[in-house]
Design a binder for this molecule. Structure first.
Ligand code: HPA
Length: 295
């Protein structure tokens, strides 16, 4: 049988095989949540970046169901420091929500299709909103470590796309639009939460690169010139699968380091974790105000 020959699809995980793997993961999640019918149909799914595990504490204490990624069929684990690698189902002020605490990154060697497999399994449970979060370097010279940025748009310069290969029609159409991918109404709601909580929000464009190396000075200048405010190694692929499925997306970046070409030294992973913790507290406060209003 003549199949695709794109190098990006050489992992074999595309089309009906990808669909089968997603379905198996969804079936497993349905089964695990079946003991808690009130959690089975999440309204919101949130993907947590480095150091954002505290968002889980926004869930009502009961009921909560934690499922380690390694138990979910076909889902790559999340082994990077600062990533818990578990899915937590619960309710936020009574509204069912699923939190993906940790994510598999393309820089670990996963294709965008594999790296979004769990999110797509979750999308099949029918949430209307996905909240994506990440740690990012600040390309905008006004940004300081600890700032929180509301993502207004993205540049996917990672060299991959989760929708490559045969389209999975049950999720969405072949050529999804990405205009206003970060939902304007949700962004307005986030700005309202920012006012109420007095947690300042930057607003800017996120650029996704593959990593894992951080940017050269020339790359920082280029990315800034292209119109990006923050740079990281995740998120755009998740936004793409969510928008493909017609689900509204809201995104936040924690600025963990400056990524301007006049920085003295480049970012270190330790710095990213440490400064991520500073912004994470702010973002958790903001989400604590915002998420209950999204139901
Ligand atoms: N570049 C890319 N990814 C990142 C950075 C950065 O400076 N900081 C946190 N994630």
């Amino acid at each position: 049988m003549a199949g695709p020959t794109l190098a990006a699809l050489s992992d074999g995980v595309y089309g009906s095989e990808l669909d089968r793997r997603i379905s198996e993961a969804t079936a497993f999640l349905r089964e695990r949540l079946s003991a808690h019918p009130e959690l089975a149909s999440p309204r919101i799914a949130a993907v947590l970046g480095s150091g954002l595990g505290g968002v889980v504490e926004l869930l009502d204490p009961e009921p909560r169901v934690a499922i380690p990624y390694r138990e979910i069929p076909n889902v790559p684990g999340a082994a990077v420091e600062g990533h818990a690698g578990q899915l937590v189902a619960g309710r936020i002020h009574g509204m069912p929500a699923l939190i993906l605490s940790g994510r598999a990154h393309p820089y670990e060697g996963y294709s965008h299709r594999e790296a979004t497999l769990l999110l797509r399994a979750v999308l099949a449970l029918g949430p209307s909103t996905v909240v994506v979060t990440n740690a990012a370097g600040g390309l905008n010279p006004e940004y300081e470590p600890g700032d929180v940025m509301l993502i207004t748009d993205h540049l996917n310069l990672s060299g991959d796309n989760p929708l490559l290969g045969p389209n999975l029609d049950r999720f969405g159409e072949r050529f999804p639009a990405l205009i206003d991918a970060y939902d304007p109404a949700l962004r307005r709601a986030a700005l309202g939460a920012s006012e109420r909580t007095r947690i300042a929000l930057r607003q800017g464009v996120y650029v996704m690169l593959s990593g894992p190396s951080y940017e050269t000075r020339a790359e920082m200048r280029m990315l800034r010139g292209l119109g990006a405010d923050a740079v990281g190694m995740s998120t755009a692929h998740e936004t793409i699968v969510a928008r493909h499925a017609g689900v509204d997306v809201l995104g936040f970046s924690l600025i963990t380091n400056k990524a301007t070409d006049d920085v003295e030294a480049g970012a270190t992973h330790e710095e990213v974790i440490e400064m991520g913790a500073l912004g994470a507290g702010r973002l958790v406060t903001l989400l604590g105000d915002l998420l209950p209003r999204l139901g």
